[in-house]
Design a protein around this ligand. Structure first.
Ligand SMILES: [Fe+2]
Ligand SMILES: [Fe+2]
Length: 153
């Protein structure tokens, strides 16, 4: 491999792949939405408002899961089955955390403790493992093709 090829590989290995950048941006947006939900609970927003936020969060998560599933399908991702199965559990757990927190605050008149610790645990079981592996796979594939395209081979 030529020195130019090595430079190209290093450069692209450090760059984010456009698909993994989309995934990471969506994670950031979802995190912001969860923080807003948590703040709304703590500030005693109306139950109607909280229900609307839950609907928005669930809809956004659903579109994000669809995107990841689509990306895994189109790039022949080897861990696709395990990741899709995890999405099913993530979806259920995510909704349950939001609804239980709202239920505590509004229906049972309990203390509004918020959702951040539970969401952080959920994040650690999925995003920092399954999604990170997917992003690394997308990035490494890109590096491989970029090097070969750059060298014209
Ligand atoms: Fe994700
Ligand atoms: Fe995922």
């Amino acid at each position: 491999m030529s020195p130019g090829g090595i430079d190209l590989m290093t450069q692209h290995a450090q760059a984010d792949h456009p698909d993994s950048a989309i995934i990471n941006r969506a994670h950031g947006h979802l995190h912001e939405m969860v923080e807003n939900f948590d703040a709304a609970l703590r500030h005693g927003k109306s139950k109607t408002h909280i229900t609307m936020l839950i609907d928005d969060l669930v809809a956004f998560l659903e579109s994000h899961i669809e995107l990841e599933n689509y990306l895994m399908t189109t790039c022949n991702y080897p861990l696709i089955n395990a990741h899709i199965e995890e999405h099913g559990q993530f979806r259920q757990r995510f909704r349950a955390i939001l609804e239980q927190a709202a239920d505590e605050c509004y229906d049972r008149g309990g203390e509004c403790k918020g959702v951040m610790p539970e969401i952080a645990r959920l994040h650690d079981t999925h995003v920092t493992y399954y999604d990170d592996l997917l992003c690394r796979y997308l990035r490494d594939r890109y590096s491989f093709h970029a090097v070969h395209d750059g060298l014209g081979i």
